[in-house]
Design a protein around this ligand. Structure first.
Ligand SMILES: NC(=O)c1ccc[n+]([C@@H]2O[C@H](COP(=O)([O-])OP(=O)(O)OC[C@H]3O[C@@H](n4cnc5c(N)ncnc54)[C@H](OP(=O)(O)O)[C@@H]3O)[C@@H](O)[C@H]2O)c1
Length: 253
């Protein structure tokens, strides 16, 4: 064998040895380094204001803080959220709904649906031009006649009227609060979250925040398509994977 052949052979051996040792090092890292350090947190943290820190808003606040975002959890009685914020740590703070609307680059509105028009009116300046994620479901026995009207109009269209000037996305409205809290990053496959919105950039932000909450986004269409995943509709009838949701959507088209 020529010197050139020998040196190519030893170069290949060196290369294999280097590869094996980096694989070994990577395995060690995964074993010994806490997961949040091995897999870096969300690349660019966002400021998220949460209006309605109940079962849905509270669960999302926890997931987003864990993903590296800054959240402001709000209440009409902010003192009641101090212990939650302390538990969530330094990336969480407490305020009023108006402060949440002002703080967020993205604002989650997660309140009984009948409160949505008042939020749109009272915080119009703070919310103007912002990405707003709306989780609300109109439920007549809780929200009264306005729920029936919203359902007749289509929830996406009704919410757009209640929250004018926002870059609205319907999101997280059909996952039960318990699943949202306890089944993030479900294995082997994550739970799918259908999204509807008219603003492409807002949809991209929503998709990212769904992933950061340990779920899989599926964009269904514009706001007028939000009716496809109102409560009681097939898309909202059970927890499904993104693949199952896409198949169901394709079968309906
Ligand atoms: N629970 C579920 O499984 C589920 C699943 C998907 C979607 N949703 C929908 O998502 C929304 C939130 O559900 P949830 O179960 O999280 O409700 P929740 O636990 O009752 O929390 C709602 C929060 O809204 C706040 N709120 C009420 N009126 C307000 C107002 N006028 N201004 C500002 N904040 C107000 C309340 O905070 P303060 O009283 O402290 O201000 C309360 O913490 C509802 O529309 C619901 O239908 C619920």
């Amino acid at each position: 064998m020529s010197y050139r052949g020998l040196s190519a052979l030893s170069a290949a051996r060196v290369h294999r040895a280097a590869l094996a040792s980096s694989l070994f090092a990577a395995t060690l890292m995964l074993i010994f380094i806490p997961l949040e350090h091995a897999f870096p947190q969300t690349v660019e943290p966002m400021r998220i204001g949460i209006i309605g820190t109940g079962r849905i808003g509270g669960a999302l606040a926890r997931h987003w803080v864990n993903a590296g975002h800054e959240v402001l959890v709000s209440s009409r009685h902010p003192e009641e959220l101090e212990s939650l914020a302390a538990e969530l740590g330094p990336r969480a703070r407490v305020g009023t709904p108006r402060e949440a609307a002002a703080f967020g680059q993205v604002v989650l509105v997660s309140v009984p649906y009948a409160a949505t028009p008042q939020i749109g009116r009272d915080y119009a300046n703070e919310l103007n031009g912002k990405v707003v994620l709306d989780t609300g479901n109109p439920i007549e026995r809780r929200d009264g006649a306005m729920a029936r009207e919203a359902l007749a109009k289509g929830v996406g269209n009704a919410s757009a009227e209640f929250l004018p000037g926002t870059r609205l996305v319907r999101a997280f409205n059909c996952i039960p609060a318990e699943s949202l809290a306890d089944e993030a990053n479900r294995v082997p496959e994550r739970i799918a979250i259908p999204l509807a919105g008219d603003d492409a950039e807002a949809l991209r932000v929503a998709e990212r925040l769904v992933r950061d909450a340990g779920l899989d986004p599926v964009v269904v269409g514009g706001l007028d398509r939000a009716s496809d995943f109102e409560l009681g509709k097939p898309l909202a009838s059970r927890l499904m994977t993104a693949e199952e949701m896409r198949q169901l959507l394709a079968a309906r088209r």
